[in-house]
Design a protein around this ligand. Structure first.
Ligand SMILES: NC(=O)c1ccc[n+]([C@@H]2O[C@H](COP(=O)([O-])OP(=O)(O)OC[C@H]3O[C@@H](n4cnc5c(N)ncnc54)[C@H](OP(=O)(O)O)[C@@H]3O)[C@@H](O)[C@H]2O)c1
Length: 320
């Protein structure tokens, strides 16, 4: 089969498109013909091994998996003898943010992991762009009570996490102010944002409104820059560690002080996210944003683009 491979941590230049043997599913696994996967910021972390903490999960000195890839949408090609929950031909999608070796024509996954059927009218591409960014967005938001009384500001609303966050917040009923770049103002409005800041022309920190939450989905701001935007018990969440990894220790300090605080939610339980997002996909309440579609032969170009931090929503790698 055709697969993207690498044997060391490094930039996109360590990636090679190769012919390697198809994996063989164990008795509790599915063999999946991958049709679409994404190249996302988690893949970039696993590719480069940075931040170094990621190596605790993906291999200390060299990558544990030969093949990168964290999400997939494809068709069940065969099942291990103990698998009862899936059958040949099922259209499925899933995610594992420590790596799934999904940037290949075939992959295996345990049937009890974060894998579920794709709703009938949803394509492989439409499903796969609801995996990584939406999983993080859901995990950043589901720790809090968010409803139609909530006012939330999302910085970086054009990214995979940001664009998913705006949609999920609207689903929960919140009033959303979203910050993005000039070229995507209409896109951000179409995701449901009630008020939009173009960060290339205006400074959202000058806003006179006050919010229950500020979600910095791109990690370009800080608690100190956003604190005045929060209501007295308001919460600041960032997708990044921040300068000097401050978002790891500020949660403790701000909790002890009381009042406005920082929370750094740990994104766990991919299976719960995939089940939740499948329901939203089925009912048309969530749609992943697609930027570009690449072919396996363009793998270095694709990773370089995602590493630039400038993609809009999600980048697909087509394995069809
Ligand atoms: N905590 C976690 O578990 C976790 C997991 C995955 C990812 N992350 C991190 O979360 C961040 C976002 O990930 P993602 O996949 O959503 O990113 P992404 O898809 O690469 O998007 C980032 C978006 O933000 C925009 N942007 C850049 N600078 C900005 C600024 N100053 N203000 C507002 N928008 C700006 C970019 O477009 P323009 O540059 O064109 O404006 C781009 O559309 C990344 O830093 C990633 O490393 C964290």
């Amino acid at each position: 089969m055709k697969a993207i491979t690498r044997t060391t941590y490094g930039g996109p230049e360590v990636l090679q498109l190769k012919e390697i043997p198809k994996p063989i599913p164990k008795e509790n696994e599915l063999l999946i013909r991958v049709h679409a996967t994404t190249i996302n910021r988690t893949d970039c972390g696993i590719l480069t091994g940075k931040p170094y903490i990621i190596r605790a999960f993906t291999g200390l000195t060299k990558p544990r998996d030969l093949i990168p890839g964290t999400d997939f949408a494809g068709q069940v090609e065969s099942v291990g003898k103990n698998v009862k929950s899936f059958k040949l031909g099922d259209r499925v999608w899933g995610l594992h943010d420590e790596g799934l070796a999904s940037q290949a024509e075939y992959m295996t996954i345990r049937a009890d992991k974060a894998v579920t059927r794709i709703p009938e009218k949803v394509s492989y591409e439409e499903a796969v762009v609801c995996a990584e960014g939406a999983h993080y967005a859901y995990n950043f938001l589901n720790k809090f009570k968010i409803d139609n009384n909530s006012k939330v500001l999302v910085n970086g609303a054009t990214g995979a996490i940001g664009s998913a966050s705006v949609q999920l917040l609207k689903y929960y009923g919140a009033t959303v102010t979203a910050v993005g770049n000039t070229k995507n103002i209409e896109l951000i409005k179409s995701l449901g944002a009630d008020k939009v800041y173009d960060y290339q022309k205006e400074d959202f920190t000058q806003d006179t409104e006050r919010y229950h939450f500020v979600l910095d989905a791109v990690g370009k701001s800080t608690f100190s820059k956003c604190k005045h935007l929060l209501l007295p018990k308001g919460i600041y969440v960032s997708s990044e560690l921040g300068p000097n990894a401050q978002n790891l220790y500020l949660p403790l300090i701000t909790k002890l002080k009381g009042g406005k605080r920082v929370v750094f939610p740990l994104p766990i339980n991919c299976k719960r996210s995939i089940i939740f997002l499948t329901e939203l996909l089925e009912t048309g309440k969530f749609k992943g944003v697609v930027d570009k579609v690449y072919q396996p032969e363009q793998i270095m170009e694709a990773y370089n683009y995602v590493l630039s931090g400038q993609k809009t929503g999600n980048v697909i790698l087509s394995m069809s």
